[in-house]
Ligand binder design. Structure first.
Ligand code: SF4
Ligand code: F3S
Length: 103
């Protein structure tokens, strides 16, 4: 499961599409955690899609991650600033790849 304390335990490695990336990042195998308020661990996400299909405010978009051993697409929390903290994505993800900091 994603580490809910990733922002303390990891260093920010950069940014993609305006979304923070928390390392370590060693593409294509290690892609880090993407997002801060809504965070997706790309190394756990297997592209189930339930988060993207069910988020009421369309926070997520698909991105291609060719060569990643778990899946070659991931969900980026592109519109994380629109999140309404409903926690649906956290509850629905079958591999616990998402953390939402609703505090
Ligand atoms: Fe969307 Fe709710 Fe997840 Fe926020 S907590 S990203 S609103 S499903
Ligand atoms: Fe990935 Fe979980 Fe969404 S596997 S696509 S974060 S439901």
């Amino acid at each position: 499961a994603i580490d809910p304390n990733f922002d303390q335990n990891r260093e920010q490695a950069g940014e993609e599409n305006g979304v923070a990336v928390w390392g370590p990042v060693e593409p294509p195998e290690k892609l880090g955690i993407h997002g801060t308020h809504v965070a997706v661990d790309y190394d756990i996400c297997h592209a189930d899609g339930a988060c993207l299909e069910n988020c009421p405010v369309d926070v997520f978009t698909w991105v291609d991650t060719p060569g990643h051993p778990v899946s070659e697409t991931k969900v980026e929390p592109t519109n994380e600033d629109q999140c309404i903290d409903c926690m649906l994505c956290v509850d629905i993800c079958p591999v616990d790849a998402i953390d939402v900091d609703a505090s």
